[in-house]
Write a protein that binds this ligand. Structure first.
Ligand code: SF4
Length: 105
């Protein structure tokens, strides 16, 4: 995906940049609680989630959601709006509802 530098400006505000990156990529069955707690306080959470959805990130915690949670969000969006409508990434600001205390699923 081709993104302009202005599209990536949010990364400078990413709270995870000040945190151990390994927490955002827990082992299979590992806890994502620490990462989600950081994401819950991150001011660019919606942008991060939108970016992850747009890029099909398939591993790790992005925007406070695990891969399974992001997949469920995409499916829910497609069921509700059908294919070819506005993609969930464009509405991620309204979709950030995952509690920060969930574990990776
Ligand atoms: S929402 Fe989480 S993963 Fe995304 S930039 Fe913020 S801290 Fe990092």
């Amino acid at each position: 995906m081709n993104t302009s530098s202005s599209d990536e400006q949010w990364r400078r505000l990413a709270l995870c940049a000040q945190t151990d990156p390994e927490v955002f990529f827990p082992e299979l069955g590992g806890s994502a609680v620490s990462a989600k707690k950081v994401c819950a306080r991150c001011e660019v959470r919606a942008k991060c989630l939108a970016d992850a959805l747009n890029n099909g990130e398939s591993y790790g915690i992005w925007g406070g959601m695990s891969d399974n949670e992001r997949t469920r969000l995409k499916r829910k969006w497609t069921r509700k709006h059908g294919r070819g409508t506005t993609n969930p990434p464009d509405r991620a600001d309204t979709a950030v509802t995952a509690p920060a205390n969930q574990t990776a699923s």
